[in-house]
Design a protein around this ligand. Sequence first.
Ligand SMILES: [Zn+2]
Length: 235
Amino acid sequence: MDPSEVKPLVILQEIDQEIIRVKRRLKKIAEEKEDLKEEISKLKAELESVKNRYEELKKKRREIRESIEEWERKLEDTERKIGMVKKDVEYKALLREKSKLEDLILKSSYELDDLEKDLKSAEEELRSVEAKVTKRIKELEEELLDLEEEERAALNRIEELEKRRERQKEEVDPEMLKLYEESKEKLGAKLVAKVEDGICSGCGMRIPDVLFSKLMREKTVETCPTCGRYIYYKL
Ligand SMILES: [Zn+2]
């Protein structure tokens, strides 16, 4: 067979191989985007949980402060009553009440001290996690933007290749095109393969020396004994 017969098909194959490469890259981009999005949401969840812990401690502090204020009001009230009662029984009851309230206030004040310490470390943790997470999310979002840009470029490239493919198809001998399309699943986008250093680039196997010499000498198109592809040395 004459090399000029397969040349248009070789060009079509190259277009198809590039389409395959770009599509493979697109798949990879989609996976990478998913990974980035997952990492971003994990980081956001991490920050959220540290924030929640801090907010919970603040809420608890507010509650304790309110309780203390309430008990202090009651204590004042009780002390006023103590100054006014006449009966001994009532007086003793009020004293018990006063001492109970003082106990509560004291215990809660200790609790409040501990809480302040926890709050301080929670706040420090929040600041540091916030700084770290914000920085990392920014980096990841930039990576995501880059990938999206690459994705758009790849989609445009495929569109352009498909157009070129349609035009190139017209150049290929119909019989050969049919054979090519039919063999695609088995041979990939490679019905015609170049032979380099005696190796068929289709299957990677060495072809007999006699055949290789013939290809070089006569510049013909032959068939690879291993994979059955059309092989050539130079077009
Ligand atoms: Zn082969």
